[in-house]
Design a protein. Structure first.
Length: 202
């Protein structure tokens, strides 16, 4: 577990202040010492190395989004760990729900989101490419405006229905669809460089 000195603590407080102002780079620096611990905690719950990086990243996205709820007299590490645990548990429930829904063709036609499931026939380079793409998507999500990011995380990452997403955020279903469309468009633009780089390599 990382040891925090007095100087580090002052630095952490400054990083929290900058993060509260919307500085995502400051937040990345803030969580950097604890990432291995968050990763291990998520892995102990999801027990799947192909999922744990995504779970950890989504949990950190949620922590950044909810940072205004953090009490400065509390331990930052403990606060984020609770978010990681909650996200890991929700991921497990979402995966179970997705597997059940994917068995029903009508559900798929009705607009259920899908998660890429590793194909055992994929070679290592394909697996690596898919992992890179997921990483690029998560970085793009981090850069979305908070209103769009919240909808995208709930609908496309946690696999909540449109109705449940609307209820969770206290907005209309029409608003969810509009924000989700905008979020996806912005992500497509942010992934342009990734696709161009991939085409260049190939």
């Amino acid at each position: 577990m990382p040891t925090i000195t007095v100087a580090d603590q002052l630095s952490a407080q400054e990083l929290i202040r900058l993060s509260l102002e919307g500085d995502s780079q400051a937040f990345s620096e803030l969580v950097k010492p604890y990432r291995p611990m968050f990763y291990k905690k998520a892995l102990s719950i999801v027990r799947n190395e192909s999922d744990v990086e995504d779970v950890t990243q989504i949990a950190l996205l949620n922590a950044f989004r909810k940072l205004s709820q953090f009490r400065l007299d509390a331990q930052f590490r403990t606060w984020v760990t609770s978010i990681v645990i909650n996200e890991a548990l929700m991921w497990l429930r979402a995966r179970r729900r997705f597997k059940q829904e994917s068995l029903d063709p009508e559900e798929r036609e009705g607009g259920s989101s899908s998660i890429d499931i590793a194909d055992p026939r994929e070679n290592p380079s394909q697996v690596f490419e898919k992992k890179q793409l997921r990483g690029a998507i998560l970085k793009g999500v981090f850069l979305l405006p908070s209103l769009l990011r919240s909808v995208f995380i709930l609908r496309d990452l946690r696999l909540l229905s449109i109705a449940d997403t609307a209820k969770r955020l206290g907005i209309t279903e029409t608003c969810v669809k509009t924000r989700l469309r905008r979020a996806r468009l912005q992500l497509q633009k942010s992934l342009t460089h990734f696709r161009e780089a991939h085409r260049t390599v190939n």
